[in-house]
Write a protein that binds this ligand. Structure first.
Ligand SMILES: [Fe+2]
Length: 188
């Protein structure tokens, strides 16, 4: 069976999958770096480039190939999902936000090759490759991510980005679907 057929067999039956359903699906897919040929190289100045492996109305599976840059703090809209480290080591920072305040970094954690971590709905995080490792990560979200909010904490700014934009401040005006004014006093 090809990888594409295997992924489809596992993901197609999912309907409103729970946290555990998604984790089980990712473990069943059991993807390794050897399964992934011709990963897209990140563009200059961008933290990662991505390749869509599967998408239907319920779920999407993406692989991300990282540079040494950190992505911007962001959420995944109304989606939840799991991230699996396929290669390298990830440093994942978790934020807390109150209302429309400025997100505050709470802690970070490392995940090694093969490990998975959960991204709840509306949770804000950022990621980077740790210790100059060549990092590749696999992301399974439900439903497919739309309306992601990206933060620029230095500018105290946030915006909903278009679906073709990654976890970085948009380059193009059309990618800024909605700018959000942050209340910088609410977290003080
Ligand atoms: Fe993310």
């Amino acid at each position: 069976m090809t990888l594409t057929a295997k992924i489809k067999n596992i993901l197609d039956p999912l309907k409103i999958p729970s946290k555990i359903d998604l984790k089980d699906a990712l473990l069943q897919i059991d993807l390794t770096l050897e399964d992934l040929a011709n990963l897209p190289i990140p563009f200059e100045g961008k933290p990662y480039n991505r390749k869509l492996l599967f998408k239907n109305d319920e779920v999407e599976l993406l692989v991300m190939n990282w540079s040494q840059l950190e992505c911007a703090p962001h959420d995944h809209g109304n989606s939840h999902g799991w991230i699996q480290v396929i290669s390298g080591t990830s440093q994942n920072s978790i934020y807390e936000v109150k209302g429309k305040g400025l997100p505050k970094e709470l802690f970070y954690q490392y995940h090694q090759k093969g490990q998975l971590f959960y991204a709840p709905k509306k949770a804000i995080h950022k990621m980077k490759a740790s210790n100059n490792t060549d990092m590749v990560t696999l992301h399974l979200y439900s439903p497919p991510v739309t309306g992601m909010i990206v933060y620029d904490l230095e500018k105290c700014a946030a915006c909903v980005v278009s679906d073709d934009c990654g976890a970085w401040w948009p380059d193009e005006q059309y990618q800024k679907v909605k700018e959000i004014k942050l209340n910088t006093k609410s977290n003080q």
